[in-house]
Design a protein around this ligand. Structure first.
Ligand code: FEO
Length: 396
């Protein structure tokens, strides 16, 4: 319940959501935090808030530092309700506070909370606001990942309050990257990027360019741990992820009815592995789509299999493909496969969606009923040639 000091007069006053396991469809096995930050200066400044059900706890935490009615500025970096959700409650206490937000933030807050009586100061990129001895600079980062997004920079302390960017869904009492296992933090940041930020990769690159003149010694995101010892490393990861650069890896993602599509799936795995391409099997009944997307972030070959059910693909596969299409990863090579009894429409449907994703497609694989060893051998030989045709064994 204590505030945690980031730097002199700068504190984390957010909340830990230990129980959260699903964030609008994203599986959050490790829970999350909603990070709010308090800067003690002549004009006391709060950066973002928490979900309303954690409001009381946030207020208890920050009341250990100040009387909340003295908050002068509330920076709303992002309208999404995990960060702005407590504003209506907070504004009842900090009645004279001014909300600092982007132009889209102003519209978004009004649309969400229908309050015309709040003091709102709209800022634009590179605008600086003095809060006393220190000053805040703002950079609009539209569509990373909502139109209203902006980041805030505490000039004298070189802290970037990056909101969702660089965040991770991790609930922990540790607050800093050097207190918590780095591999988990980076993996969760990768999963976060893949599931939330990926469609906006070109906007991420623009935002990184806009931020490049700033000296950043600490990145304080709105979820998870604060980066202070590995700032360059996480920035490098963001540059890689936003560039859509992929590794020579393969994912075989499938569901199966009577194990025939699964037999083809394992046949495909054998071919890729025989060519030295690491391949991961991802049965849609055993893996959550948000975990699969994290792997897709860096994999070049995406093979998707479904048997035909009622002239279509299985609902698990359809759900996954709908999610994938929305996240629109680029520069992938796709393959559709599956078994069928009669009709056999599933592979065509899968292929159509992978094409809509912009994937370069390998020749689809279909087998009626149960594939035997001779059929799998033939499929393997053809597939090998296809992979060589796209430079598969030497692509990196
Ligand atoms: Fe953490 Fe886009 O909200």
């Amino acid at each position: 319940m204590n505030p945690i000091k980031l730097k002199e007069n700068v504190y984390w006053v957010g909340e830990i959501d230990w129980d959260l396991r699903n964030f609008h469809g994203y599986l959050t096995q490790r829970g999350t935090t909603y990070n709010a930050y308090l800067i003690l200066d002549e004009k006391i400044t709060l950066i973002d808030t928490v979900r309303p059900y954690l409001y009381d706890r946030m207020m208890q935490r920050l009341s250990r530092l100040i009387d909340p009615s003295r908050i002068h500025y509330i920076v709303s970096n992002h309208v999404e309700m995990d960060h702005s959700g407590s504003l209506p409650l907070l504004m009842e206490t900090a009645k004279n506070a001014t909300i600092i937000t982007s132009p889209h933030g102003q519209k978004g807050l009004l649309a969400h909370y229908k309050r015309n009586d709040w003091n709102v100061k709209v800022v634009k990129t590179d605008e600086t606001v003095s809060i006393g001895r220190k000053s805040m600079k703002f950079v609009l980062t539209p569509l990373v990942h909502w139109p209203d997004n902006m980041v805030s920079y505490l000039v004298e302390d070189n802290i970037l309050f990056s909101n969702d960017a660089f965040g991770q869904h991790i609930a922990s009492s540790e607050r800093f990257d050097d207190d918590y296992p780095l591999d988990i933090s980076v993996d969760e940041a990768k999963k976060y990027y893949a599931n939330i930020v990926l469609p906006y990769s070109s906007q991420v690159q623009k935002a990184m360019d806009a931020l490049s003149p700033l000296a950043i010694s600490m990145i304080a995101p709105s979820h998870g741990i604060v980066w202070r010892s590995h700032v360059n490393a996480i920035v490098a990861e963001y540059k890689k992820w936003s560039s859509n650069k992929v590794e020579n890896r393969c994912l075989v993602i499938y569901d199966t009815m009577w194990k025939s599509t699964e037999k083809i799936a394992y046949g495909i795995q054998e071919v890729f592995e025989s060519m030295g391409i690491p391949t991961k099997m991802m049965n849609l009944r055993k893996n959550h789509i948000s975990d699969i997307i994290a792997d897709i972030l860096t994999a070049k070959f995406i093979c998707v299999g479904s048997p035909t059910l009622n002239s279509n693909m299985l609902p698990t596969v359809a759900g996954f493909l709908t999610y994938l299409r929305g996240l629109s990863p680029k520069n992938r090579i796709g393959l559709a496969f599956g078994s069928y009894g009669w009709g056999g429409q599933a592979v065509g449907h899968v292929e159509d969606i992978l094409k809509e994703c912009g994937f370069q497609m390998l020749q689809g694989i279909q087998v009626q009923y149960i594939p035997d060893n001779a059929q799998l051998q033939e499929i393997g030989n053809t597939l090998k040639q296809e992979i060589l045709g796209v430079g598969g064994s030497s692509v990196s």
